[in-house]
Every structure is written in C-alpha cells, then in structure tokens.
Ligand binder design. Structure first.
Ligand code: PMP
Length: 484
C-alpha cells in the first residue's frame, strides 16, 4: 500500500472517483469488478479511452500502460474494430448457432499460430486454461497438471495454485508444493497439481520425471508474468519442450498475455518452440471477450462430440465464439497481420521505456531491476541484478513499488495496477513523446523514493515483520490477488 504522503496528489486529482468508489464499495466487495482492479488508496473510474490514453471521470488524461491488462495492443477505441462490431450487431448479437465467422476466425488464428491444428473458442483466459488442462488430462489419461510457481493462469481453482505466498512459507517448504491461493480452493485440487520453479531446468526435470506417470500436462507462461515479467533464460523453454516430449506430457503454452504481442505468432514464434497446445485470449478478441485453446489434432479430438462421456471430454459455453467478439478479434488480427511494422514500433518503444527506467533508477542509485521482453516490462525494487523465478521476486521492496506507482499515477501515468509484481504494456498508439513524458514522470517518482529512503535511513530502525506483512497481503483485508 502506498504511503499517505505519496498518495496526496492522486487523492487531490481523483475526488469524483473517490465518491463513486465509496458507492461501489457498498455494493460490491472492494468496489471493483475483479480483485485485480483494486488498489489503495482507491481505484479511479474511467470515462473513456482513446489510443494510448484513458480519460477519467475527474477530467484527468492518463497515459495508460495497463492497456486493458494487455488486451488492447491496438490502443483504446480502435475505430476499425468498432465499425466491425457495429456491422456485426446489425445481424443480432448472440445466436447460439454457429456462423461462418467461426471457421474464418480459426483460419486467421492459424495464420499466426499454425501449430494449432484444431481450436475451440471460449470467453476468457480462465476458461481457456481450465479446458486446456482438462483436455491434456483426458488425452493422456493422467490426472495431474504441472505448473510454474507464481504463474497466473486465470481464476480457476487449478490456476490459483501456488500463485503467491509469503517468503516464510516458501522457505519452509523444502522443494515445490502446491499452495492454494486463498480460501475456498479445495485441498483435493492441490493433490492434482505439481509445481516447478521457472528457469530451473534441473528442479523442473526432477518434479516432472518423478511424477511422469501421473502428470498429463505442463502449463507454462512462456514469459512468466504472474510475478511481473520474467524472461525465460538459458533455453529453459527448449529444454522443457524436449523433456515433456520424452515424458509423454502435453506442453501447454499459456499465451493469453504473450500471444499476438511478442510476435504475431506469440512466444512460440518469438522463441521458436512448438508447444502441443496453446491458450490464447486478450488481444485475440480486439478488446472484446474472446479466448480459446487449441493444439495438435489428436489431442483436441478428445473433444469430438458424439464419443459420449466415457470416451470424450467436455467443453461448452453459451457465449463461446460470440459473433460480436469474433468480428472484433478477426479485425484486430487482420490489422496485426497487415502491419508487421507495429511489432518493431512497440518493441522499440519497449527498449526506450524499460531501458530508460533502468537508467533512471541507476542514476538515482535506487536498487532496481527492470525486466522486459518486447513491449512488456516491470520494475523490481531489488538489489538483485537478475530475476529468474517467483522466489527471486520475494526480495523486492513492495512498499517502494507502491509509492513509486502512486506518484506516477498522481502525475497521470498508469504503469499497471499495483498488485505484487505488476507490469506495463505498450500499445501501437503510444509514441516516443509519450515515452519521454512517462520517463520524466518516472524520474520524479524515483527521486521521491530516493528522498524517502534517505529520510528513513536517518530514523531509528524499525523491525519489519516482512513475512507477516506479505501474509496479510495474501489473506488480509481485501484478499487481493497479485498482479494479473
Ligand atoms: N493466463 C494468463 C497468462 C493471464 O495473464 C491471464 C489474465 N491476465 C489469464 C490467463 C486469465 O485470463 P482472463 O482474465 O481473461 O480470464
């Protein structure tokens, strides 16, 4: 949580939002539609979005690096997508009967990710990963799924395993075990999951080899974004590809964040790996609710209807492949296909922004590590000069992060919603001038953080119950999950 001093400007600039939030908080837990949207002192309310900016109810024009949690690669309110949506609405909204758009859309998806021979659509990343895990279990006849510690795969019970934990729990664990993220997730689910550390091929191999008879699938964020942004290192992805092939484990890439962003073909193209299955979402819907999963035909064929429940497995949803979302997603994907230069643009802005943030922190002598891949990046306030996995993020100074974040937002730059290890996204509408301004604001935030650190050094030391504090962050007042 940010300190009062750092929040002052934000509070002054968001008076109407404060009133609206008070009302919403009486009607809904935390006054937000999703735990992830909550932050202290209170969330702000958007009026409209345009390009790389959000205009809020208090009249602030906010440079947005949250971009709909990464969904809005083409910026807010893309007119071409809006026109497709309006056109589609003229034919009705939901029909519940398949339309011609559906196969056309899958062909479009396959142009980007040809390794998905068969595809199904759903409405959210949460559904996509849940169903992909089920398909992997059904195909292999093995009941367990392995996941990476700290990885976020949506709000289903399986994905919420070992998403976050305090340092003490991690230290005491002696290895890697599934820890349900919050109450209400049955312990029995934990018994169906195995957990491995990202970027540690030896420890990963140990868990997968030991459990190979029971583990049907290994779901991986190719760039680990649950705890911020952690790039795969030392050919980790290639090594897990070889390992899972050898062990008969279905390798599922969760490309909900990375798909169509790192490259048109996502992380699989960027790192040149062919997973057995892919989950996609966010950008694939052009700002509308659309996600999906797909993979090798023989794997996806466990969903073939008509096999009955004894031989097949199940996937359904009233809104699956909603024509309005599919029309929007189709347009977004076509635009990206026609403009490969967009990727050069966002990646070059990524170097400018994230490289610039690292330089500024270094100049101000603030221990920080800025990790980024292309247009996704995150500032870790840490003395480490490498972040390899979830546990490395346990050493970060989250208080500093909050203060830095709220200082930036008080000056109308949104670097991502401030839950543990949040990240920033760049969109095609951002410009070099936007980044220059964002860096100016970030520098003033680094200066304020440095001043605070100097002030604190002069004070008598305070014993920090860090473990207790982070435990409170997990199970405490608002039960806010970390970044996603
Ligand atoms: N997987 C990953 C990698 C994600 O980042 C997210 C959401 N941020 C999800 C799955 C869940 O997607 P959704 O919020 O659409 O359910």
């Amino acid at each position: 949580m940010p300190s009062q001093k750092f929040s002052r400007k934000y509070l002054t600039r968001h008076k109407k939002s404060a009133q609206l939030w008070k009302r919403a908080a009486k009607l809904s837990p935390g006054g937000v539609e999703s735990n992830i949207r909550y932050f202290r002192p209170h969330p702000f309310f958007a009026d409209y979005g345009d390009g790389g900016y959000i205009y809020d109810v208090d009249g602030n024009k906010i440079l947005d690096f949250m971009m709909g949690f990464g969904a809005l690669l083409l910026g807010h309110n893309n007119r071409d997508i809006a026109l497709e949506v309006i056109k589609q609405l003229e034919s009705g909204s939901l029909m519940g009967i398949t339309t011609e758009l559906f196969p056309d859309y899958i062909v479009q998806i396959q142009k980007a990710m040809p390794w998905m021979k068969k595809v199904r659509l759903c409405n959210s990343g949460t559904e996509a990963t849940m169903h992909a895990m089920r398909v992997a279990r059904a195909f292999t006849g093995k009941d367990k799924i392995a996941k990476v510690e700290g990885a976020y795969h949506g709000a289903n019970d399986y994905g919420l395993m070992s998403l976050d934990m305090d340092n003490r729990t991690a230290r005491r664990m002696n290895g890697y075990k599934p820890v349900p993220y919050g109450r209400g997730i049955p312990k029995a689910i934990a018994e169906t999951m195995a957990v491995v550390p990202f970027n540690d091929i030896d420890a990963t191999a140990e868990v997968l080899e030991e459990g190979a008879d029971d583990i049907g699938g290994f779901i991986v964020e190719p760039v680990l974004c649950g705890p911020g942004v952690i790039a795969p290192k030392n050919n980790y992805l290639k090594k897990i590809r070889r390992l899972t092939r050898k062990l008969g484990i279905v390798l599922i890439f969760d490309e909900v964040l990375t798909g169509f962003r790192l490259a048109y073909g996502g992380a699989a193209e960027y790192y040149d790996i062919r997973p057995d299955m892919v989950c996609f979402g966010k950008i694939a819907g052009g700002g509308f609710q659309l996600a999906g999963f797909g993979g090798e035909a023989q794997i996806m064929d466990v969903l073939e209807p008509g096999g009955g429940w004894r031989r097949g497995t199940f996937h359904a949803g009233t809104y699956n492949g909603h024509p309005v979302s599919v029309a929007a997603g189709m347009k977004a994907l076509k635009i990206l296909e026609e403009h490969p230069e967009y990727y050069d643009h966002i990646n070059s802005l990524g170097r400018q922004l994230y490289g610039g943030l690292q330089d500024l922190a270094d100049d101000r002598r603030i221990p920080a590590w800025v990790e980024y891949v292309g247009s996704i990046g995150n500032v870790y306030f840490t003395t480490k000069d490498e972040i390899r996995n979830f546990r490395d993020t346990g050493s970060t100074n989250t208080r500093r992060w909050w203060n830095w974040f709220i200082h930036c937002l008080g000056n109308n730059v949104l670097y991502g919603i401030p839950n543990t290890g949040e990240r920033a996204f760049i969109c095609t509408e951002h410009t070099e001038e936007d980044i220059e301004w964002a860096l100016e604001v970030a520098d003033s935030a680094f200066a304020a953080v440095a001043k605070e650190a100097r002030r604190n050094r002069m004070k008598p030391p305070v014993v920090q119950l860090r473990a207790a504090a982070s435990q409170a962050a997990v199970y405490g007042e608002a039960q806010i999950p970390p970044s996603v």
